[in-house]
Design a protein around this ligand. Structure first.
Ligand SMILES: C[S@@+](CC[C@H](N)C(=O)[O-])C[C@H]1O[C@@H](n2cnc3c(N)ncnc32)[C@H](O)[C@@H]1O
Length: 290
């Protein structure tokens, strides 16, 4: 494949998205401004107005996404007057009414969240990664994100019980069953829907960047080389860099000129590997059994 096309764009995504072609994008991965946070840098939206603000953007994303594509939305509700605000839950319902399927919810477990003390809760150590699709059949390359079996599972598979050797129907009556013995001799297994990744603050001039391993994981799971990835709130350009390294084409949009300039500079850097500021890293760390 040729060198990937990486296209950072400057502007308000509510306008810039209109310039993109219908059904031209395979995967959208993004982390929009959370309600009312970062007011002093790039502004925020009042939690009560969040759904009304986001829905027209979601409609444009629906237009540009291919029918087989996926939209991953990284978001977390904040605490307002002592309780979690419901704007994320309301957004999910509103997007379903808009025609999206809410296929899955992944959890990003932030392994290195800062310690702190709050009177009525513990520190936030996870965020939502909501998966939306336009239809039930979408592209998914599960083998691309398989993880090593690990010692715990290997030991477990050495000591199979009788139930392990037959299909163990779910006790909850869900109709799902498992045959543990199927996994004997395999080196890799499918991951869970919990991603254990540390936040990264090094080498980024952005207060809310996600780790590169996060978009990289979804890019591997939902796209192939040469596909198109979009981040309508690109920030420091993490999604674009992940796409470039994985040889996918990418478009990113940001309203702040400083971020746009920064992304352009970092991409130049990336395209000259010997000068790269960013370290290659493991995409996913499987959880350790207790
Ligand atoms: C949470 S940050 C994204 C961080 C990004 N994932 C990263 O790793 O650096 C949200 C970004 O959205 C941008 N933004 C806010 N409103 C926007 C809009 N209407 N159109 C485009 N970008 C916007 C902000 O400037 C900010 O950089």
């Amino acid at each position: 494949m040729n060198e990937p096309i990486i296209r950072p764009l400057l502007g308000d995504c509510r306008e810039v998205l209109r310039t993109l072609d219908d059904e031209s994008i395979d995967l959208i991965v993004t982390s929009p401004p959370y309600a009312d946070q970062r007011k002093n840098t790039y502004g925020g939206i009042h939690p009560d107005d969040y759904v009304a603000w986001f829905l027209p953007i979601a409609a444009e994303l629906q237009r540009v996404l291919k029918p087989t594509g996926t939209f991953i939305l990284n978001i977390k509700e904040r605490v307002v007057k002592g309780e979690r605000h419901t704007y994320v839950l309301e957004l999910i319902l509103a997007m379903r009414r808009q025609g999206w399927l809410w296929t899955e919810e992944f959890i990003w477990h932030k392994k290195n969240s800062y310690p702190g003390k709050w009177p009525n809760r513990f520190r936030d150590a996870w965020e939502r990664l909501l998966q939306f699709n336009k239809q039930r059949q979408f592209h998914m390359y599960q083998e691309a994100v398989m993880v090593p079996m690990g010692d715990w599972a290997r030991k477990r598979l050495k000591n199979l019980s009788d139930t392990d050797k037959i299909r163990d129907e779910s006790r909850a009556g869900s109709g799902f069953g498992k045959r543990v013995a199927n996994w004997v001799g395999r080196e890799k297994v499918y991951p869970t829907n919990v991603l254990h990744m540390a936040t990264e603050t090094r080498n980024r001039n952005h207060s809310a960047a996600f780790p590169e391993a996060l978009p990289a994981w979804f890019i591997k799971l939902f796209t192939q080389e040469g596909d198109w990835v979009l981040d309508p709130f690109m920030g420091s350009g993490t999604t674009l860099r992940a796409a470039y390294r994985l040889r996918r084409n990418a478009i990113g949009i940001d309203i702040m000129e400083t971020y746009y300039e920064q992304v352009k500079a970092s991409l130049k850097d990336l395209q000259t590997p010997q000068l790269s500021l960013f370290e290659a890293q493991e995409a996913y760390e499987p959880p350790r059994p207790e």
